[in-house]
Design a protein around this ligand. Sequence first.
Ligand SMILES: [Fe+2]
Length: 515
Amino acid sequence: MNTGLAYALAQTRIMVVDDEESIRTIVAEVLGRKGWTVDEFSSAEAAITALERERYDVILTDINMPGLSGMDLLSQIKDAAPGTPVVMITGFPSIDLAVEAMKIGAVDFLSKPFKLEELEIVVRRAIDGARSTGDNPESAFLRFRPFDSKPEAARRRLEDKIKELSILHTISDAISDAGAKEDIFRKTMDIAQIITASERAFIMVVDQDDLRLSVSASSGYGCDSIDNERFSCLEEPFATVIKSKSYAYVATDDPALARLMGPSEGPISRRPLLLAPMTMNREVVVLLGLTGSFGAGVLSTDTVSLLLNLMAKASMKLENIALSENVFSSIVGAINSLINALDARDTYTRDHSSRVTRYAVQIARSLGSTQEIIDSISFAGPLHDIGKIAVRDEILLKKGSFSLDEKEVMQSHVIRGEEILRPLNLMQTEKAVVLYHHERWDGGGYPNGLGGAEIPLAARIFSVADTFDAMTSTRPYRTALSMEVARQEILRCSGTQFDPEIVDAFINSEIMKGR
Ligand SMILES: [Fe+2]
């Protein structure tokens, strides 16, 4: 950097006000590295005191702070030094607050989480905005004229910002609604294409093992699909984007990228390609690509800023999914340890649980149940008797009949099972399998004596499967009944122990086909 430019940059003073130290520090660090002089303040009160003796060229302030809020600070700055550009930092996408701030005179806003490139774009835009209205950022603090002082320009700018805020709101809604990772990728691609009005868009998934990128979704390529096309992570322009974890907007005529760029009219010429990364655990996992023609010809900094916001939100959602998957697999791991412990005491339960689950899925299919019911049975089935872990050996392994007390302890396994699994936050259908698989159609079962359709469907299905397997398995105290005898017994109990409709589904299921 030449010394004249370095001096000019250092003369530009930026105030950062945020009660969150981590945000303040990172913002100050990033802007400081660009050569600007940055002062940090942890409250609006401290900022106001500093403003009495110092001038600032740009002020970035959080909206929500204890004591005076960012909105209070904005009002005071607009009274004392109306020309100073103020950028609001919003912790949540609140359109109302941001619009209010723009009406009072904020020039821009950053919605957390924001990308660092977005921060720089917003600050530069604020400085340039002050210059374009005739104010010199190096001029004295109180000599600033009101930002966008012409009413028409101010109104247009406010309209643009409201539009931008609505888009941000839509982005937040769409991304937070997305469930699976593929859903997030697809939605990100669709929104990015709308924001940039780009002709074509694609999603590339990074394979960390073989350092390849493969296109998992694309749009705008017509029947000339590029899905499953593969590229190397080590080739440009991908390598730079992956290494720097920031976006690249390039013009290319590289024949190796011809398929990605899509068909072109006339001779091959340099065409724009925007690549933006999506990260998870600080690793680039996906690249979003935009190419072909863009609606406005070139992308404006506002559009890029929106795009980066979209990528930040998508990355955050991916992080959340990874986090809950981690927590979930830790809990499932712990539960599996419990199953193993139970299996070690009573070897019958291990094979029994997996067989019953398989039978129950077959009955559910025969009944034409929804995928949700089938998934719930598949997940909760292996755990249905986990409560037996709390039953003492002399009862659990007893070969003769139970006393009344012993029976009560044995029957408590359904309630204990539900208690053990509670931290998993099971879905209602899954919980029903564990808690109600010993309820009876005629109301004579346990734990609650529910009857008929009061018993959740998944539990009614499970009950038939459970009894069928108990009859057809060899136990230490009796040999297995034949399939036919078991079938007759299930039929006999239709309408008393079991839901007749489910008995019909059982009779017509795959289980009985092979007998
Ligand atoms: Fe059971």
